[in-house]
Design a protein around this ligand. Structure first.
Ligand code: HAM
Length: 448
């Protein structure tokens, strides 16, 4: 009997784990620049939270939730997205009453959807997202889009496609749904079973159908923009003018309706093709929502929100394909090499001291031949080997070898912190002044 990961889930280790940490760290740093603070909500929530907020007409709630009865016979669900839990938490702790508004929070964590696993589509995946709740302004909607685009730009993405649309206000959506129902009434018998359901529950979702024959039928469907109330139209173009002034390019996509029920006004998705031409799906998606707080029992005066979520797996795959992660894998600073059993204790003490100075370091705890230790040091990616035998210990020195240039010099253990600082500074200086292709590439990346 062998044990494997559950279908649609995956283990994250090695370079991939480093890449995921890097993406999340960049995302957190940018969110904090925009005044967001961290929030962590449970992965497990009562099922009715998602039914009520994420939406009974969404595929996510209807077909993709991991829902089960716990031992107390309560229906619970592994969260299929982050927004509902955050809004539940804001209401439960009355955060709207105790904090300045808008409330701006960011999160990263696993979410679960029972979808067909394929390229860029998992059943457990990692989302990073933000929610800005409690105040209504096109500037906040625009700021959220800027935050998303800044994150991508800091991660080195180019050639992104930002798709936007508006789902208008409640009045707009009512009129538009009626128009779609009328338009599809004569066509629906020939359309897929999902669309038949969508026509009853939420006809806007038909626009999102991926079945090629249905996509053809959708082409002539009425457009939301022709049903916008004057207020909704003004709001949409105000938001677009703000992001335009920030130098962000966008494309209006009339069929962008998003897969979750809570949106109104602007919605957006970020797409990109990898250099290898692979399409991993939307890298991020989000938009404005009204009515979530009051729907979940909170006060209606703080009902407005805006946010987005990005898929860390998709970003990672795309970045790997496009060579944006070359310098991200965790690099060890020092591989300490004890020559012989007799120096193990002293080397162990030194190892701890090196870490306290702030350099990452490992050493083998079993003695080995120098050649085999060098091979391991190179495989570890360490920048330096620090070699110590009886003779060195006696003299209070060690041999410091740069594993890239193979240059070696004697350093004094009493002043090791200064010697290491100088050696690492030399590497930096070398990279800056060097015109070899590797150093040039690193310099270009730093400059960007
Ligand atoms: P979403 O568009 O459903 O939005 O998901 C956000 C992102 O999660 C997607 O753009 C995609 O990158 C990633 N993603 C979705 N499904 C999968 C999957 N099966 N495998 C891998 N990655 C996936 C939301 O979840 C909203 N809560 C976003 C939001 C926040 N809207 C307002 N606030």
């Amino acid at each position: 009997m062998s044990y494997i990961a559950v279908k649609g889930t995956h283990d994250i280790y090695g370079d991939e784990a480093d890449g995921y940490s890097y993406i999340q760290n960049v995302f957190r740093a940018i969110a904090e620049l925009y005044g967001y603070r961290g929030i962590e909500t449970p992965i497990l929530e009562y099922t009715n939270l998602f039914e009520r907020s994420t939406g009974e007409s969404s595929d996510v709630v209807r077909k993709e939730m991991y829902t089960f009865l716990d031992k107390g016979e309560r229906s619970v669900t592994l969260r299929p997205e982050g927004t509902a839990g955050v809004v539940r938490s804001i209401i439960e702790h009355k955060l709207y009453a105790t904090s300045d508004l808008p409330l701006k929070v960011y999160y990263t964590g696993p979410v679960f959807r029972y979808e067909r696993p394929q390229l860029g589509r998992y059943r457990q995946f990692l989302q990073a997202g933000v929610e800005c709740v409690g105040e209504d302004s096109p500037y906040l909607d625009a700021e959220c889009i800027c935050l998303a685009m800044q994150t991508f730009s800091m991660l080195g993405f180019k050639n992104l496609k930002l798709k936007v649309n508006t789902l208008g206000d409640a009045e707009t959506r009512k009129k538009y749904r009626d128009a779609l129902q009328e338009f599809f009434a004569s066509k629906i018998d020939d359309m897929c079973d999902d669309c038949k359901q969508r026509l009853k529950l939420n006809p806007m979702r038909i626009l999102d159908c991926k079945v090629p024959e249905d996509q053809e039928r959708v082409k002539d469907a009425p457009k939301m923009k022709d049903y916008l109330s004057p207020e909704a139209e003004e709001r949409f173009y105000k938001t677009l003018s703000i992001i335009n002034d920030m130098g962000i390019e966008y494309e209006i996509d009339d069929n962008l309706v998003r897969g979750l029920d809570y949106y109104g006004h602007i919605v957006f998705e970020v797409h990109a093709l990898s250099d290898a031409g692979k399409d991993y799906g939307a890298l991020a998606g989000g938009g404005h929502y009204d009515g979530m707080l009051s729907t979940l029992g909170g006060p209606s005066e703080y009902d407005s929100g805006v946010g987005f979520g990005l898929g860390v797996e998709r970003l990672y795959s795309m970045m790997k394909d496009n060579g944006l992660l070359n310098d991200v894998a965790h690099k060890l600073d020092i591989y300490l090499m004890p020559i012989g059993e007799s120096v193990l204790d002293e080397c162990y003490e030194l190892l701890e001291n090196i870490r306290l100075i702030g350099y990452s370091a490992i050493m083998p705890f079993k003695t080995a031949k120098l050649g085999s230790m060098f091979k391991k040091a190179e495989r570890s990616g360490a920048k330096f080997a620090l070699i110590i035998g009886d003779e060195e210990l006696e003299k209070g020195v060690a041999q410091l070898k740069n594993l890239a240039t193979k240059q070696q010099k004697e350093v004094h253990l009493a002043t090791l912190d200064e010697e290491l600082d100088a050696a690492f500074a030399e590497i930096e200086e070398h990279e800056e002044g060097c015109d070899c292709p590797q150093c040039q590439e690193k310099n270009e990346q730093k400059a960007e």
